[in-house]
Design a protein around this ligand. Sequence first.
Ligand SMILES: [Zn+2]
Length: 427
Amino acid sequence: MLRFNFLLWAFLFFFFLRSFTQWFLTRLNVSHLRQHGDAVPEIFQEAIDREKLEKISAYSIDSARFGIRASLAQQAFFLMILLSGFLPWLVETLSRWDGGIILSGLFFFGALGLLTTLFQIPFDLYETFVIEQRYGFNTETLRLWLIDLLKGIALSALLGGALLCLILSLITKGGEHWWVWAWVLVGLLELLILWLYPVLIAPWFNKFEPIHDPELEQGIRALMEKVGLRPKGVWRMDASKRSKHTNAYFTGFGKNKRIVLFDTLLTSHTAEEILAVLAHEIGHWKKKHVLKQLLLAEMLSFAAFFILAQLLAWPLLYRTFGFPEPIPYVGLLLMGAFFGPLGYFAQPLGAALSRRFEREADDFALNLIQKAEPMINALKRLAVDNLANLFPHPLYAWFYYSHPPLVKRISRLKTLSPKLAEAINVS
Ligand SMILES: [Zn+2]
């Protein structure tokens, strides 16, 4: 039985505050687009016509509406599982089997994960085969979608299972300071995953190969060597088997650092624009942005493990949600249920840091190629190809955006002369 004490009310307060904030921000963003979205911004004058603008607005509104509905439905589903008495029943059943904490924990999270995944399936299908299809993005077959789903389940079972085994064995056998060990070992495991991601995990979903175009290859080599990097670090990914969206990213660390360019980007952009995108990604590489983000994540993880260790044996936490006594794996879930909504409100900090890194990478690119036009043209084309919302509400962008809004980003590039960028840049 649930106990309606301060802890439950506090949980419900933050849980619904998150739902409300998400709904409010989406609504704000959509009405902002409706108000301002019928005139092409000056910067985009030649790149976008009226028809395109209407398509961008329609896509932005459709995906925003669907996104918030899916998110709220998933939250309602989680709340139902948490408050219906299903979990105490599951724990009771598992304790009768007597498989030990680790095995019970694996079953517990396995069942939860499976239920959540099943609930999510119709939303994923709708997003891919209705919304993305409607705007001409989807190129995925149902077969590939299913294979991806199964691979995703296998991967999260493997990685999540390993993580859970590690944490539960440390809780039961690691002594008083188990959480310090857990923090160190989980950090190392994450490092290992990040290191293996470009060479082991990503290739399981996509094919990666060197760039074939000889002219472009030469440009890439020249650019990479100019900043003292291996030209072999640039790869082409077959993103077009799933979607027509275009993108590029930088990933991995150590010897496995990679810049990945989507094949869709390579076919849609001119060589000069591709090199500008590449210069931006080189900026992320040279400025060690992945490493910096990792360090920040480890600091947060230290705080989270500390709090977890303080509260894991607190009987009231369990009784509030209908469990008779403290059980480590249940504690992990309950603490996760608290951390989720609280973490949501910390999101603007992460987004602000990410936007700062993006500006740094833009500055770096500007310095490297000494011209703003290729970068500006690449950003314009990215906006058009991906039907990116050109009118996000400032508050929405501040809360969520990992990149500065496009109009802002382009105007910034326009006003920054390469010389000025050099002054900002320390490299
Ligand atoms: Zn970037």
